[in-house]
Design a protein around this ligand. Structure first.
Ligand SMILES: [Mg+2]
Length: 278
């Protein structure tokens, strides 16, 4: 399965909630956060929240202990371990930050499953304060994408991953996400790729408003059990599709349909296909 790259969003995809909101609520920062929300971009506001914790004498170890309590569905952890064991290249593209993501994954025993995490960089400075910075420095080189926040364009990250594929190697991508920031990379996926939006979340809503704009096959999911079933089903079927498309290279490139796969409850057949002409 070395030819399959699985790209996960983190908040509300790998973990059930949002890691920033979890730390803000659990560490008693909600009032200050809401007071400053309209004055700073989210990424800068989280750095400001860490400054507040430091001024209160709260340590990075306490933040890590708080992150360890973040809920993560056991079937999602199992799905990640299975995909890794099957040889897929797993990556994360997230607007959270390196410290939060690594602490949660480390505690869950999942950190080693991922070959690369693309997110806002963070580090603990010499005074013991956790600092959080933007992935793209918009003051030096704005990314120019109107769909994404200034600190991170996930579509550009996806283009980077596409470009770094081994020469001559054909890779299939499976992208899992929930939020508005996952729409830009979704639009850049190819017809041989798959997108798994979390049902009734902003990415799902955006895709289904204009389904013809999305070239990848769409497979929605609602909970950890569905995510695991659908992801492992896709990983299982990709090699068969590759051999079919290999015998007829034009079979995929000529397709003008947007393929929408809708989850249903039957375990034997949990997807059905609707074809929507462009
Ligand atoms: Mg998310």
């Amino acid at each position: 399965m070395a030819g399959i790259v699985v790209v996960f969003d983190f908040d509300r995809t790998i973990i059930d909630g949002d890691s920033d909101s979890w730390v803000v609520a659990e560490m008693g920062l909600s009032d200050l956060f809401h007071r400053l929300r309209s004055t700073l971009p989210w990424n800068s506001l989280m750095d400001r929240m860490m400054k507040e914790l430091h001024s209160q004498g709260r340590t990075a170890e306490e933040i890590a202990a708080c992150l360890k309590r973040t809920p993560l569905h056991p079937r999602i952890a199992a799905a990640i371990k299975s995909a890794y064991a099957l040889g897929c290249d797993l990556r994360i593209v997230s607007d959270a930050n390196q410290f939060f993501i690594e602490k949660i994954l480390e505690y869950q025993g999942l950190l080693g499953c991922f070959s690369k995490i693309y997110t806002n960089p963070s580090f603990v400075d010499e005074e013991g304060r956790l600092r959080i910075f933007p992935y793209h420095d918009s003051t030096l080189s704005p990314h120019g994408c109107s769909l994404c926040p200034s600190n991170l364009c996930k579509g550009l990250v996806l283009e980077h991953i596409y470009a770094s594929a081994p020469e001559g190697g054909r890779q299939n991508f499976i992208y899992l996400g929930d939020g508005r920031g996952d729409y830009c990379p979704t639009l850049r996926l190819q017809g041989s790729d798959y997108v798994m939006p979390r049902k009734k979340y902003p990415l799902w809503d955006r895709i289904f408003r204009e389904p013809a704009l999305v070239k990848a096959e769409v497979h929605e999911w609602s909970n950890g059990e569905e995510l695991e079933k659908i992801l492992l089903h896709l990983i299982d079927k990709i090699p068969a599709e590759q051999s079919i498309s290999g015998s007829n290279p034009s079979s995929q490139s000529n397709s003008s349909d947007c393929k929408l796969h809708i989850s249903v409850s039957s375990p034997e057949s949990f997807t059905q296909t609707l074809r929507v002409p462009h």
